[in-house]
Design a binder for this molecule. Structure first.
Ligand code: RB5
Length: 141
């Protein structure tokens, strides 16, 4: 079964909470791996937690939010079988699923509008991997 894990650091906390509201509204189940408030924390701790959950099952996906999306992305991509995509627009979001079978989306709360961020989450969760020629490339990562 598809499972969604979401987490942030302090800079991404507010956007994480908004994404949770959005998922609730859409009746999409998720697991929040913290933090529970916007007290300063270190993004790698949260990126590792989500990556550790996502990498054990092909159906698991993650949503990570920090100020830029970059720290979360760099950290998550240190894990084997994690393909984290830092998404800036609809096209990069969609292609990260279609071509790269990305299993984590990382978002920059300080760089994106709320509306765009929610839209990217929606597209990321809906878009299916194209497979075909892209499968052999993914095996080479
Ligand atoms: C925190 O100030 C900030 O560095 C962090 O949220 C993130 O942008 C790191 O990549």
């Amino acid at each position: 079964m598809k499972k969604i894990f979401i987490s942030s650091d302090h800079a991404g906390y507010k956007l994480k909470e908004l994404i949770k509201l959005y998922l609730d509204k859409k009746k999409i189940l998720f697991t929040d791996l913290g933090p529970e408030n916007d007290t300063k924390v270190d993004y790698p701790d949260y990126a590792h937690n989500v990556a550790n959950k996502v990498k054990i099952n092909n159906n698991h996906v993650g949503i990570l939010v920090c100020g830029t999306g970059t720290g979360m992305n760099i950290t998550a991509n240190k894990h084997k079988n994690i393909r984290a995509a830092q998404c800036f627009n609809l096209k990069s979001t969609k292609l990260s699923r279609l071509h790269n079978d990305a299993n984590i989306i990382t978002l920059g709360s300080r760089l994106l509008t709320k509306k765009n961020a929610l839209n990217f989450v929606s597209v990321f969760l809906k878009t299916k991997f194209e497979g075909g020629r892209h499968s052999k490339r993914i095996k080479k990562i």
